[in-house]
Write a protein that binds this ligand. Structure first.
Ligand SMILES: [Zn+2]
Length: 222
C-alpha cells in the first residue's frame, strides 16, 4: 500500500510540476514559477506578536495577487517544486528570528500538521517542506511527529471571524505522547497567518507542556 501511495505521490508531483506552464506568477518570466526578482520585490518580512505571545515572522503579504496564487499552487495544485523553492526562501529569512532566541537555545522546528486525509489528497505537507529547509540550513532539530492533527477540519479559509477560526481548530491538534517540548525553543512553521488561531492553538499545547519559548514563521500574512 505504501508503494502505491509513493507512486501516486510521485505522479502527482510530476503532474503538478510539469502540467502547468513554468512562468513566473509575478512577472511571467519563463522557466520558473516565482523568479528571484519577484521574490525580492514582493518580500515584506514583518514580525507579529500573537495573543499567545508567539512572535511570528511573515515573509509576504497574502493579499498581493501573485503571493495568493503561489500559496494556492502549493496547496491545491501539487506544485511540489514551488514548495521547495519557498522552503529556500523561508530558510533565508529564518535568520531574522535567530537573534530573538534565548542564548544557547535548543531549537526545534515543528511544522503545523495537516490531517492524513489532506496529506493523501495533496501528496505532501508543504509546511513540512518549509520546516525541513529551515532545520537543515540552521542545523536545528526538526520533529515531524510532535504535533498531530487528530480531527479533519474544514479549511480555515472557509471561516472569516476570529472566533469561528478558533472554534474550528480547537481540539483538532494534539501533542504526541512521545514528544516533550520541555525547555525547548520551538519554531512553528505554517503557510498563512490570518487570525493566528492555528499557531495559538499549537502554542497553547506546547506552552502547557513546558516549552521555553515559541516563535513562528509563515510564508504569508493574510
Ligand atoms: Zn518574476
Amino acid at each position: 500500500m505504501r508503494m502505491v501511495f509513493r507512486l501516486i505521490h510521485t505522479a502527482s508531483k510530476s503532474i503538478g510540476d510539469f502540467l502547468f506552464p513554468k512562468r513566473c506568477l509575478g512577472c511571467r518570466a519563463p522557466n520558473t514559477l516565482f523568479c528571484r526578482k519577484c521574490e525580492l520585490f514582493y518580500a515584506m518580512p514583518e514580525r507579529t506578536r500573537l495573543s499567545s505571545g508567539v512572535i511570528t515572522l511573515s515573509l509576504f503579504r497574502y493579499s498581493t495577487p501573485p503571493i495568493r496564487q503561489v500559496v494556492r499552487h502549493i496547496k491545491y495544485r501539487h506544485a511540489y517544486t514551488l514548495a521547495e523553492q519557498f522552503g529556500d526562501i523561508c530558510k533565508k529569512y529564518a535568520h531574522d528570528l535567530a537573534p530573538l532566541f534565548p542564548p544557547d537555545a535548543s531549537v526545534m522546528v515543528i511544522p503545523i500538521p495537516i490531517s492524513s486525509k489532506t496529506k493523501r489528497t495533496r501528496g505532501y505537507n508543504h509546511t513540512e517542506i518549509f520546516a525541513r529547509a529551515i532545520a537543515d540550513a540552521h542545523r536545528w532539530d526538526m520533529r515531524l511527529d510532535a504535533l498531530k492533527k487528530i480531527k479533519h477540519t474544514p479549511s480555515q479559509t472557509t471561516f472569516h471571524t476570529k472566533q469561528e477560526r478558533k472554534n474550528n481548530i480547537k481540539n483538532s491538534i494534539a501533542l504526541s505522547d512521545a514528544f516533550s517540548p520541555k525547555g525547548k525553543t520551538i519554531l512553528l512553521v505554517d503557510d498563512v497567518l490570518t487570525t493566528g488561531a492555528t499557531l495559538n492553538e499549537c502554542a497553547r499545547l506546547l506552552q502547557n507542556a513546558g516549552a521555553k519559548k515559541i516563535f513562528g514563521i509563515v510564508v504569508a500574512k493574510g
